[in-house]
Design a protein around this ligand. Structure first.
Ligand SMILES: [Zn+2]
Ligand SMILES: [Zn+2]
Length: 157
C-alpha cells in the first residue's frame, strides 16, 4: 500500500483524470496515545485537472477509525468521510506533485475531539465499575437506578 500520494501531471489529460486508491494508515502517524487505536487505510477518490498551470485536486476521502470510548472504555468504529476536497498545487519541474500532506490534513481535521461510543453512553459506574450501558447496578450514586425506584414507589402509592 502506498505511503505517499504522487500525481504525475504529465499523465493528466486535458479534461482531467480520475485517480483512486488507498494510502497506508501509517500516513496518520497514530501513536497508541489517546482513545484512537487505529485506522483503516485512507481511501481517496479524486479528480485531478490542470488549470492555468496549477494542479487542481478535488474529490472524496474516507477512512474508518477504531476508537475507545472516553466513558465506558468499549471499542467502537467511527467512519469519516470528506467530499469537498479542493486544493491547488504548483507544478514543479519534474511534473510530480506530492499531495499527501494536504490530503492527510484534510482528514485529520475531522478526527473526533471526544471519543464517545454514542452520545447517550452512560459510562462505567464510579463505584462498582460495571458498564451501565449493559447492566444496572445497585450502587446508591447510580442516578438512573435511583430514578427507576422512585418512579416505582410513586406508582405503588
Ligand atoms: Zn461508551
Ligand atoms: Zn455500580
Amino acid at each position: 500500500m502506498d505511503k505517499r500520494l504522487l500525481v504525475n501531471t504529465a499523465h493528466v489529460r486535458g479534461h482531467g483524470t480520475n485517480i483512486g486508491g488507498e494510502l497506508a494508515p501509517q500516513v496518520f502517524e497514530i501513536d497508541k496515545v489517546d482513545r484512537l487505536r487505529s485506522s483503516s487505510p485512507l481511501h481517496y477518490s479524486l479528480h485531478v485537472r490542470i488549470v492555468e498551470q496549477s494542479l487542481l485536486v478535488q474529490g472524496t476521502l474516507e477512512c474508518n477509525l477504531q476508537c475507545e470510548c472516553d466513558r465506558c472504555l468499549c471499542e467502537y468504529d467511527q467512519s469519516i468521510e470528506i467530499n469537498n476536497v479542493c486544493h491547488y498545487f504548483e507544478i514543479p519541474g519534474d511534473k510530480i506533485v506530492d499531495i499527501t500532506d494536504e490530503i492527510r490534513e484534510d482528514i485529520l481535521i475531522m478526527f473526533p475531539q471526544k471519543y464517545l461510543c454514542s452520545a447517550e453512553c452512560m459510562g462505567l459506574c464510579p463505584s462498582c465499575g460495571r458498564n451501565r450501558n449493559a447492566e444496572d447496578c445497585q450502587c446508591e450514586n447510580n442516578e438512573s437506578v435511583v430514578d427507576v425506584w422512585s418512579q416505582l414507589n410513586e406508582l405503588e402509592l
